[in-house]
Design a protein around this ligand. Sequence first.
Ligand code: PRP
Ligand code: URA
Length: 210
Amino acid sequence: MGKFQVMNHPLIQHKLTIIRNENCGTREFREVVNEIASLLAFEVSRDMPLEDVDVKTPQGIAHAKQLSGKKVAVVPILRAGIGMVDGILDLIPAAKVGHIGMYRDEKTLEPHEYFVKLPSDIDKRQIFVVDPMLATGGSAIMAIDALIKRGVDESNIKFVCLVAAPEGVEALQKAHGDVDIYTAALDDHLENGYIVPGLGDAGDRLFGTK
Ligand code: PRP
Ligand code: URA
């Protein structure tokens, strides 16, 4: 079974409160989403494997460490996931970026895939699937289905979001039990497909499209 973790670092919680506020404008929302994504990436990458390496400093030889595991791919679920990419790349600049386009039918809440473009070696990478919102879980499940169809092993996927609903966590764990789930908050419930209290429509707030 994959991990489920609420990232309750004080900076993450403080910044999340800023973007939950309905008076937070597009510019600040966008900036703070990226800041939270960086902080989440710092926590999510905590278990990355290291290897020993000797490095010559100006004063001698340091017995040091360097990353030794799989290379990373960040895969945002469009649109709103794009808002988290730069923040993660600030910490992991060599990561490749794949995109999965997904929209929810407003009436049925069913997700529809409209775009998939991934690095050719996606099946060999550690993957961070990112989307600010995990509501019913439909979009995350279908995005991960798309990765599995292309040879990715579930255990190489970490799903990273800002706000999750209990319904979405349960659905995602049921569909893809080996995926680790990280969120900045686990909220109360869903109402008409929206997370309560949540932060509203993440895509609209990020891109100013309301
Ligand atoms: C939002 C959000 C997630 C999805 C979550 O995207 O960014 O992708 O809803 O809902 P779910 O867990 O019930 O599937 P939306 O479909 O509104 O598209 P957008 O990002 O283009 O605004
Ligand atoms: N998508 C959003 O952007 N917000 C929600 O609350 C649920 C799904």
